[in-house]
Design a protein around this ligand. Structure first.
Ligand code: C2O
Ligand code: CU
Length: 491
């Protein structure tokens, strides 16, 4: 652990300055795409499924011939996928066998506040003592049960660490996985299913010469000061792109439709994904879902732009390509190796009875007039040592908004850089971007939105579910760790 976390205090400058010696990386598009295993419940009782996850270090081969220590849910990176049913509650017992405190957040989940992974509600390593710390944090030792009612429609959710000040390094070490909620409306759609419904967790990482994750930050151990320093104001970028934990992988596909649940799980990197070559007819990606649900109608895109934590549920039709075609998925925001993501290799003809219907699910657009309150939040840099919301750095004991349970509110965001703004609990729709209509990637129910520098945007959010204290924050994890987070309390 220690070697992966060597300090950077005397180095200064950009992340690049620290990257002296690097592990050898494989040629792109050679490693087969892994698909994270689906976790089975340990037991079922009274209509509730109980799951057990142990957070622990593990040595895994990410780069060929060299081991990387990950911190993984069940020792896996990505963590095992949970597949659940809308309205069927589950309980996940997380046991912490790492050397650091953890908090687990189900991103996109409508979860009671005590189970939402509030940044000071920690599971400490070891065993023996549960209680509250001096600042009201709800502390468990060894393990903790998280209860998820899952009263929400089918969606691509994910779970990840949320420890205050240390989310960046802890997610970077591997604490992230998928949670797919299914429901009947989704079952009834003729979308690609089974082996042709694949979640893709995309993130970037750097590796030291001995294979360790190279997170350029201070010590995240319990005595450690802070997860990141001002040297990483823009966020930490890696030089290797991983999909489902494999570097620039390749997936052999049938000449048929596939559904991909794209998740940008990077700490700070944004992507504009495109296929190369794209289909002659255009519309490489047919979007069927957004962060927290299916769309009313599908939307064709040539490119998909994704900020950290956003999800795009898309269908790609490989029958538009001759058998034998190799199609790269590229990131048009970058070139060189980080401009490549993965490859699809069309290897055989196959039958396909899937299709994308013109109507997907009932979708209720929220009207401006249904909002009762408007709030304004500015996401800006604080002098040179962090990031603020409305000029304030994160304080777990301060509430900055108090929406009523069930209220619909308009929140206006403005900022000085790209900030992927995420609200816990409340799902929202985009009303406007830069005084204009929402952008091409703003459709549907969202929980994270890419705020652009100097371009005000408005969202309309519904605070349904539970009363209590929740966070909203920038999902650039270094910005979050450097203070760009605040609480709202549902009254
Ligand atoms: Cu995905 Cu508050 O986080
Ligand atoms: Cu930010």
């Amino acid at each position: 652990v220690a070697s992966a976390l060597t300090g950077c205090s005397d180095e200064g400058g950009s992340t690049g300055a620290l990257r002296k010696s690097r592990a050898r990386t494989p040629a792109p598009f050679k490693t087969p795409l892994p698909v994270p295993s689906v976790l089975k419940p340990s037991r079922t009782q009274g209509g509730v499924d109980y799951y057990d996850i142990v957070q622990k270090p593990a040595q895994v081969e990410i780069l060929p011939g060299i081991k990387t220590e990950i911190w993984g849910y069940n020792g896996q990176f990505p963590g095992p996928t949970l597949t659940t049913r809308s309205g069927r509650p589950i309980v996940v017992r997380h046991t912490n066998e790492l050397e650091v405190p953890v908090a687990v957040h189900l991103h996109g989940g409508k979860t009671p506040p005590e189970h939402d992974g509030f940044p000071t509600d920690l599971i400490l390593p070891g065993s023996g003592w549960d209680g509250h710390d001096a600042h009201g944090g709800d502390i468990s030792r060894g393990s903790r049960e998280y209860h998820y009612p899952l009263e929400q429609p089918a969606a691509t959710l994910w779970y990840h660490d949320h420890r205050m000040d240390f989310t960046g390094p802890q997610v970077y070490h591997g604490l992230a996985g998928f949670h797919l909620v299914h429901d009947e409306a989704e079952d009834n759609l003729p979308l690609p299913k089974g082996e042709r419904d694949i979640p893709l967790l995309i993130c970037d990482r750097s590796f030291t010469a001995d294979g360790a994750f190279d997170y350029p930050a201070v010590d995240p151990s319990p005595k450690g000061e802070h997860g990141v320093t001002e040297d990483f104001m823009e966020g930490v970028l890696g030089d290797v792109i991983l999909v489902n934990g494999a570097p620039w992988p390749v997936l052999e596909v049938d000449a048929a439709r596939y559904r991909f649940r794209l998740l940008n799980a990077s700490n700070a990197r944004r992507y504009r994904l495109a296929l190369d070559p794209g289909p002659q007819s255009g519309n490489a990606f047919v979007q069927v879902g957004s962060d927290v649900g299916l769309l009313g109608r599908p939307i064709g895109h040539d490119e998909i732009q994704m900020a950290p934590a956003e999800r795009f549920d898309v269908v790609v039709d490989f029958s538009k390509f001759p058998v034998g075609t190799r199609i790269a998925m590229v990131n048009k925001l970058d070139d060189g190796d980080t401009g490549k993501v993965m490859q699809f290799h069309v290897v055989r003809k196959a039958s396909d009875n899937s299709r994308v219907p013109t109507k997907l699910v009932d979708f209720e657009p929220l009207s401006r007039s249904s909002a009762t309150v408007t709030r304004k939040f500015d996401f800006n840099q604080r002098s040179d040592d962090g990031w603020d919301i409305n000029g304030k750095t994160y304080d777990p004991e301060r509430d900055d908004a108090a929406p009523e349970l069930g209220a619909t509110e308009i929140w206006r965001f403005d900022g000085d850089a790209h900030h992927p703004v995420h609200l816990h609990l409340a799902h929202f729709q985009v009303l406007s971007r830069n005084q204009n209509d929402p952008g091409p990637y703003d459709s549907g129910w969202k929980d994270t939105i890419d705020l652009e520098s100097g371009k005000e945007m408005e969202i309309i959010a519904r605070f349904t579910g539970y009363r209590g204290r929740y966070v909203f924050h920038c999902h650039n994890l270094e910005h979050e760790d450097m203070g760009m987070m605040a609480n709202f309390r549902v009254m």
